[in-house]
Design a protein around this ligand. Structure first.
Ligand SMILES: [Zn+2]
Ligand SMILES: [Zn+2]
Length: 266
């Protein structure tokens, strides 16, 4: 079976720390790389994980809060400095367009490659990207602004001895809502933000985020294989609190840290 893994580049919420960066993940599928969000520090994290800038095919942006996009300009610039020629696909909400337009007009200079922006505006799951290795479906999240989760399904059909496709879903940032478990139903690994432990569940409601028990309830209802959590509030320093609370509802929960690599298996 060809490799399918996800590397945690950033598991912090709003602000960076010495050992925890804002949201970004690198998906590695059959030798190709894809980014999920691109918070500040993503380039440094790509370096630290010894990943190749030019192997990234696309980035899937959840929403335009800074902790999910402040790394984008630097990354776009570096890929040009490395003389990338292959188009780079950016999938994200329509309100990302002016952010990209500003870059192109003022900062990109003589860029070596094309950026292909694919705006997402769906109200239920819709395929937004596919190549020979993955299909990606976007679905709306509940975060008070256009915000999307992504479900990544492995493409294996062209192979002589195909295996059962593996699936990964990325949900950051969101308050719970009834349709979400259905939309991530049965994935092998679900990443679901768990910004607040139960002690601050009122803050989760106030800021349209999830608490630990919200994330775990979604994983349980969706019948996923494993739950990864992240996007931790800086109010709580001991990450084991998040993990232990989730495990009371969904046993196979792991509190992700920067640098963790998870193999997606069935
Ligand atoms: Zn965030
Ligand atoms: Zn946000």
């Amino acid at each position: 079976m060809s490799p399918f893994s996800v590397t945690m580049l950033g598991t912090a919420s709003a602000v960076p720390f010495s050992d925890r960066n804002p949201s970004a993940q690198a998906l590695s599928v059959h030798g190709r790389l894809y980014l999920l969000d691109c918070g500040e520090g993503t380039q440094q994290r790509i370096r630290q994980e010894h990943l190749s800038f030019v192997k990234f095919q696309a980035v899937f942006i959840s929403h335009i809060h800074g902790d999910h996009i402040f790394g984008l300009y630097g990354l776009l610039s570096t890929m040009s400095l490395y003389h990338r020629t292959e188009p780079f696909v950016i999938v994200g909400p329509e309100n990302l367009r002016p952010v990209l337009d500003f870059y192109r007009a003022n900062l990109a200079g003589d860029q070596s490659y094309e950026v292909e922006f694919r705006p997402v505006s769906c109200t239920e799951p819709e395929e937004v990207y596919s190549d020979g290795d993955i299909h990606v479906f976007a679905f709306p999240l509940n975060h008070g602004m256009p915000c999307f989760g992504y479900r990544i399904e492995e493409e294996v059909g062209q192979r002589r001895f195909p295996w059962k496709p593996r699936t990964y879903a990325y949900c950051s940032d969101t308050a719970p809502f009834p349709e979400l478990p259905k939309w991530v139903d049965g994935v092998d690994i679900l990443y679901h933000e768990a910004t607040y432990p139960q002690q601050y569940a009122d803050k989760a409601r106030q800021y349209l985020h999830s608490s630990t028990l919200d994330a775990a309830a979604c994983a349980l209802k969706a019948g996923v294989g494993k739950l990864l959590i992240g996007h931790y509030s800086s109010r709580v320093k001991d990450i084991s609190v998040f993990e232990n609370e989730c495990r009371t509802v969904f046993a196979d929960t792991v509190a992700a840290n920067d640098g963790d690599i998870f193999e997606i298996t069935r």
